[in-house]
Write a protein that binds this ligand. Structure first.
Ligand code: UD1
Length: 422
């Protein structure tokens, strides 16, 4: 298994190009199943999760071709000959459940294994299933699989989400595009990835209103056609790299960065003493003083502070002046990075969904273990600011969500290298 070795110390300067969003791409790819015509995605990120989705779609009979070094994904689903998403693929990635809505909407039947993914809580799929049932699907859970049927096709319905689940909103939105009649999704998720999906579906001929608000209305159509769509910027990769100069000092420009994707996060950076300014090409980030100020952070669905940046923010606050409280409201078990950061000298106390972080002057390099995708990058950020060497093991988590992380950070002067097979 590969590791990443980080030698902390210096300030960073230069530019980092931000990729297309993993989480957008993982919902845009299953949208190919809604049409017999080709769907092409540009600005796709090069990640192992994208390869897993490619493998899943191919197993269903879709043609998926990776072009331009993986930045373009050309898909065609004219012949879907398998309607079963197998456990062996689905267990690798929770987003696999997103093939359920499209297959069911198109062909009236689908069998999908219950998903796996990061070990950050129970993460059931009940909201996905409830939404599809509201559109007339008949569902049965058997042997670890969801067996779904809609013999006469899906019909429009009203879905009241108990919680604004991102994945459940995406599954329902895709399914509703081909349902007969009108579907209303109440308390829908508002994440930029939902708006990106709606933009792509509209380009394919879908009739959707209200995406980006809590109520999305979809007027079903008989068929969708082909389209080419550019994947929105990855706001989580953006936020992660914004924290690099915040932690290490220096000044970095994030190419493709947009404040509207990440406003709640930018407000917290400002409160912590970090300047964020817009440039013609993106965003520039610079620390104002020598020491970060402590800030309290509570994660929330968009437009709130993203749970996917909580671990990275904690890495920043480990060396802040004062005590910060981080409250995790989306997932019940998402502080696994805390004990690893404590190995580097951080002072953190975790009580249920709260972590209290008392800033120390300096972190110290140590061998640490990545426990999930965002936790692993938080350890790299901490290592960049620590004295000495930090060896982050189990970096396969990182490969799920960050393309070329070593090259991108080296490009702004970080001392970081990948060590193969340790
Ligand atoms: C997506 C993102 C993930 C991010 C999360 C929250 C993708 C591929 N992943 O995940 O990176 O951390 O949004 O912003 O886009 N829940 C249920 N029942 C359900 C569905 C969800 O109880 O049917 C719960 C989950 O256990 C979790 C919470 O709702 O506690 C949020 O989940 P959800 O918004 O669905 O996240 P994902 O779509 O899985």
């Amino acid at each position: 298994m590969d590791s990443i070795l980080v030698k902390g110390g210096g300030a960073l300067s230069g530019q980092i190009a931000i990729a297309g969003a993993k989480n957008a791409c993982l919902t845009l790819m299953p949208a190919t199943l809604l049409s017999e015509e080709p769907l092409t995605l540009t600005n796709a990120p090069r990640l192992s999760d994208i390869r897993t989705m490619t493998e899943l779609l191919r197993s269903l009979g879709a043609e998926v071709t990776s072009l331009q070094d993986g930045q373009v994904i050309a898909m065609s689903s004219h012949a879907i000959d398998n309607h079963k998403a197998d456990y062996d693929i689905v267990r690798k990635m929770r987003a696999s459940i997103l093939v359920l809505g499209p297959m069911l909407a198109r062909d009236g039947h689908a069998v999908v294994s219950l998903p796996g993914g990061c070990a950050i809580g129970a993460r059931p799929v009940d909201l996905h299933l409830k939404a599809l049932e509201a559109m007339g699907a008949e569902l049965e859970l058997r042997d670890g699989y969801v067996h779904a049927k809609a013999a006469k096709g899906l019909r429009g319905g009203v879905v009241d989400f108990d919680f604004a689940s991102v994945g459940a909103t995406e599954n329902a939105l895709m399914a509703a595009t081909l349902a007969k009649g009108t579907t209303v999704l109440n308390n829908a998720a508002r994440e930029p990835e939902i708006v990106d999906l709606a933009n792509c579906l509209r380009a394919m001929g879908a009739q959707i209103d209200g995406d980006g608000t809590p109520t999305i209305t979809i007027q079903g159509v008989d068929r969708l056609h082909g389209a080419t769509h550019r994947v929105v910027t990855d706001r989580i990769e953006l936020g992660t790299y914004m924290l690099a100069p915040a932690i290490c000092g220096g000044e970095v420009e994030l190419l493709g960065g947009r404040i509207d994707l990440i406003a709640a996060f930018c407000e917290k950076l400002d409160a912590a003493g970090i300047d964020v300014s817009e440039t013609p090409q993106g965003l520039r980030v610079k620390r104002r003083g020598d020491r970060i100020r402590a800030v309290d952070v509570t994660t929330a669905p968009f437009p709130g502070f993203p749970t996917d940046l909580q671990a990275q923010m904690m890495a920043l606050l480990c060396t802040a002046d004062g005590t910060s409280v981080l409250e995790e409201k989306i997932f019940e078990n998402r502080f696994m990075h805390a004990p690893e950061l404590m190995r580097m000298g951080a002072r953190i106390e975790v009580h249920g969904g709260h972590a209290t972080v008392t800033g120390v002057d300096k972190l110290k390099g140590a061998p640490v273990m990545a426990t999930d995708l965002r936790a692993s990058v938080s350890l790299i950020l901490a290592g960049l600011a620590a004295q000495g060497e930090t060896l982050v093991s189990r970096v396969y988590h990182l490969d799920r969500g960050y393309e070329h992380v070593v090259a991108k950070l080296r490009g702004v002067g970080a001392n970081i290298e990948r060590i193969h097979g340790t």
